[in-house]
Ligand binder design. Structure first.
Ligand code: NDP
Length: 450
């Protein structure tokens, strides 16, 4: 049995039933085989055994009172995975599907993503099975405050700096930051994704979506192609999807879809961004509202998707931007995309493609940007927010956006260089995993056995 297999089997025994975590770990460990063969020191220092085990895991209970006066109980997590490159950094997810395996998969991916940005940030992730949907503002506030009464003791601007993710946006960050400040009696940059009024960075809201499109642009430029005039499909209608659509429109592409957990919109004239923002960011309503205001568009509920597929990926397109959630794009979806001529997939979401779908994209050598590279613009801009907070300056939107685009180019080049070194220049899964891992592994060796 190889070293990588040994570690993977150990992981399955020691962390039972964490399927999403195994999926993320297996992809990284498989990619590392050629690197391990070239660098025996990683085995000597047991880097793989150490890197798959979080440095610290905090599991806690949160009680709060709903609007009916009833007690509610939620399970909450913060996984501080790896601090070799800097303070733990990664978002908080509030969604009923959250469990230890989901947070560990996200935290594990975050280590390599953060390393790829070239910035000084370690990897972490957290969240709760709390469901913000249908809750009043007061309920959201009470939950966020209760959540912070435990989390505050574990985080800090040089220790662990959370941000948003699914179900956690500016409103939730505001409530959590407020409680943190009250508890520690200090005004400090312990969160990123803060409101612009009190320490946020211009460009952070847009960064993940914009970054994913910049990454696609890099991949396509390497093929002498561009997004201009091209039909694009986008899944999701949250933060990442919205700003992916915005940047696609800036670049003259034609984004024609978006979705939520109930269904999807196809708008052949191009998604009406102002309408989408009004429905999702202001009114917080479902996508059925979109077709009421724009009858030329079509709404398809998930019950009407072809069985075993995500309807988004059956829509013919040149490029696809999965921007909703993990495992939303399976082998059949990948086959549908390719059969319809799709040439580029840039992942705004974390691990949206199943392993079979990823393998097909890699085998067919389309321009495929795996999430840990393509969606790293969000965390990179979070680090820019930390830098501005620490030096008490504010950069302009244009300055932040220019830095973001340069960071995405650097990530593309770093992943491409590593992929080329190992003989598969277009395989950015291989390149991103190897380059992301190597920097962390070398830092762990240099910092001794801690
Ligand atoms: P939001 O909560 O803003 O939006 C999530 C979107 O995805 C919503 O449209 C939601 O629909 C949909 N969605 C969520 N879960 C499911 C599901 N199980 N099935 C179908 N649709 C689903 O989150 P973000 O836009 O911030 O995050 C989207 C993805 O991007 C996640 O994978 C996240 O980890 C990743 N990401 C986010 C970053 C950020 O900066 N925000 C940074 C890097 C990665 P509905 O409203 O119906 O639930």
């Amino acid at each position: 049995m190889s070293y990588v297999e040994e570690v993977f089997n150990y992981l399955k025994r020691s962390s039972p039933s964490q399927t999403e975590f195994y999926q993320a770990a297996e992809e990284v460990l498989e990619s590392l085989r050629p690197l391990m063969a070239k660098h025996p020191e990683y085995k000597k220092y047991k880097i793989i055994e150490r890197i798959v085990e979080p440095e610290r895991q905090i599991f806690f209970r949160v009680n709060w009172i709903d609007d009916n006066g009833e007690i509610q109980v939620n399970k909450c997590f913060r996984i501080e995975f790896n601090s070799a490159l800097g303070p733990y950094k990664g978002g908080l997810r509030f969604h009923p599907s959250v469990n230890a395996g989901v947070i560990k998969f996200l935290g594990f991916e975050q280590i390599f993503k953060n390393s790829l940005t070239g910035l000084q940030i370690g990897g972490g992730k957290g969240g709760s099975d709390f469901d913000p949907k249908g809750k009043s503002d007061n309920e959201i506030m009470r939950f966020c405050q209760a959540f912070m009464t435990e989390l505050f003791r574990h985080i800090g601007p040089n220790t662990d700096v959370p941000a948003g993710d699914i179900g956690v946006g500016a409103r939730e960050i505001g409530y959590m930051f407020g409680m943190y400040k009250k508890l520690v009696n200090r005004y400090e940059g312990v969160f990123t994704g803060k409101s612009l009024n009190w320490g946020g960075s211009l460009g952070r809201t847009q960064a993940t979506g914009y970054g994913s499109v910049y990454f696609a642009k890099c991949m396509l430029e390497a093929e002498n192609e561009s997004l201009e005039g091209k039909r694009c499909v986008v899944s999701g209608s949250g933060n990442v999807a919205t700003y992916t659509i915005e940047k696609l429109l800036h670049l003259g592409a034609l984004p024609i879809t978006c979705s939520d957990s109930k269904g999807m919109i196809i708008d052949e004239e191009g998604i009406d961004l102002a309408l989408l923002k009004d429905i999702k960011e202001v009114r917080r309503e479902r996508l059925t509202e979109y077709v009421k205001a724009r009858p030329s568009a079509k709404y398809i509920p998930i019950e009407d998707y072809e069985e075993g597929t995500n309807g988004i990926y059956s829509v013919p397109c040149y490029a696809a931007f999965p921007s909703a959630t993990q495992n939303e794009l399976n082998l059949k979806d990948a086959q549908n995309l390719l059969a319809n001529g799709c040439k580029c997939v840039s992942e705004g979401a974390n691990m949206p493609s199943t392993p079979e779908a990823v393998n097909l994209f890699v085998e067919k050598q389309i321009s495929y940007g795996p999430g840990k590279a393509a969606n790293a613009g969000g965390v990179a801009t979070s680090q820019l927010e930390m830098a501005q907070n620490a030096s008490m300056v504010n950069w302009s939107f244009e300055e932040v956006d220019a830095k973001l685009e340069q960071i995405m180019k650097n990530i593309f080049n770093t992943a491409t260089d590593a992929a080329t070194e190992f003989g598969e220049p277009k395989n950015l899964v291989l390149g991103a995993n190897i380059a992301g891992f190597k920097k962390v592994a070398d830092a762990m060796i240099e910092q001794g056995l801690v």
